[in-house]
Every structure is written in structure tokens, then in C-alpha cells.
Design a protein around this ligand. Sequence first.
Ligand code: DGY
Length: 323
Amino acid sequence: MNKPKVLITRRWPATVEAKLNTLYDVTLNDDDHSFSIDELKTALQNYDAVCPSVCDLLPAEVINVNDRRCKILGNFGVGFNHIDIQAAKQQGIIVTNTPGVLTESTADIAMTLLLMTARRGAEGDRLVRAGQWSGWCPTHMMSSDVTGATLGLVGFGRIAQAMARKAHHGFGMKILFFKPTLAETAIVENLQAVRCETLEELLPQCDYISLHCPGGVETRHLMNDATLNLMRPTAHLINTARGDVVDSKALIKALQEKRIAGAGLDVYEGEPAIDSGFLRLENVALLPHLGSATIATRTAMGEKVLANLAVFFAGHALPDRVV
Ligand code: DGY
């Protein structure tokens, strides 16, 4: 019997690519280029399974392509707001994702950004490299405390809870969170966390706000001029969720006018393009979407896609089915 034809849109860790090669008639993206809309359409016409990453855009135009062969999109990533899920549902294409395996590494990056913006880490690094450090002095680059400060989480899923554990048990931080529905009592008690009924209630109480909600129409520009104004002028905003949760122009203005103290960003509206306003600011730490970028996590993400494909081709129920 012929092996199923599988297309992987970007390079994956070598061990996972090697496994794919033994299991399927697989096409890898040797030069790791970013697929165009037309390439993705052709992929859906020619492969049984297409495995995109969070950087590939799959709007209805791609999903609804004529003469489609593809029956499953095995997404390499937990977020799926780059795929038109409604269109996939209508077309009967299965979509799977990779939840669970990137929780700790993403929370680690959120904590990294929190520390970088609070303690002016990126700014200090730039200063030293530029040869502009003239030596220690009592008032040089004073910054904000992390230990004992209050952290507000927007969303309280796996990644937010992992960050809360690190912040509370590691840094003695007080945890507040906003989640529209109730959270599990044991988890909340273990973190001595306090649930806020609204975002408006959460924002003014916190020294640090970290975003952990999914991207998409419902959360687009959740952090805008009005909500940023509810943060303390000494507070910092961390975003490891999705770029469009924050109105970039409003954030740049708030940072320029010192209406908030700083920000740490791993994700951007329209990434990899970055609003040049951010590049001119000292009080923002910028990372290139590194949340899940450890060798172990990226390998585990690939393994998760493999597990879903195996179950799909064996005709069983999928562990990580989105639609
Ligand atoms: C995801 O999986 O959604 C992250 O943004 C990339 O790992």
C-alpha cells in the first residue's frame, strides 16, 4: 500500500523529520522558506496531510481550494488563529494542534520578559555593547522590584497557571487573574490567587500584567488606549500570547508618554513585521516569538503532530482535535 503523502511547511527538529521520512511519503521544506498562499493551495491539492506552523496563513481562500486532496491539517503549534477554523469545519477538514508540551517553555519566556522589562535587562545589554557604561553609581539604571510584586494574568489556562507557579513560588509574587469563567479551586488555592470579575478590575491593581488569552476576533486589541490607561504608571505589560491582542500604536504611545513603565513582547501584530515605533523605545524588551523555542519543546511539538497523524491514518479518535 502507498504511504500517505505528507507535506511539512517549515523545517522541524531533525529527529522528528527523520521519523516522518520513515513513516510517510513526506515532502520537507529544504530551504525553510515561508509558503505563499498559492503554494499552500497547491499543497492542499496534492497531499493527504499538510502540517503548517503558526507562521503560515490559511484563510478560507486556501481551505476552499478546488480539487482538495488534504483531509487533515496537523498544525505545529498550539495557537490556531492563523487557520480559518470556520472554513475548515465547513469543508470537513480536520485540524489538530499541540497543547500541553509548550506550557513551561512559554511561561519561562513570559517570566524572562517580565524580568527583562522590570530590571531593564535589554537596555543594560545595549548600553554595555555600545561602550557607554561609565561604571557603577548609586542612581544608575534603577528599576522595579519583581519579588513580592503583584502579577495580573489575563486568561488562566495552562501557560498562565505555569507562569503563576513560577512567579508565586519562585518570586513570592501575589497572583491576580481575569478569566470570564471560574477556575479550578485547588489551583487557585495553591497559588493563593485572586480572581477578578473584569479586566477593568484587574488592571489597576497590578505591577505586571501578562497576557495569556487566545488570539482572534474576540480578543483583538483587548489592550488598547482605554485599557492601557487603567494600568499603573509604574506597571509593565508582557505579551507572549498573540500580537493582535495589543493595539501596537496605543502601546507605543503609552510607552512614549510613560503612562506605563515598560513592556516585554514576544509576539506582534502582523509579525514578523514590527512597528518601527517599538524599535525607538528603550522601555520595551523585544523577542522574536521564542515562547516554545527550546530543542526539547519543539521536538515534543513535532512528536505531537506525528501522534495525531498516526491516529488519523489508523482511523481512530484524535487526541488534539480542534475541529
Ligand atoms: C504556538 O504554539 O501557538 C506558539 O505561538 C508557537 O509555539
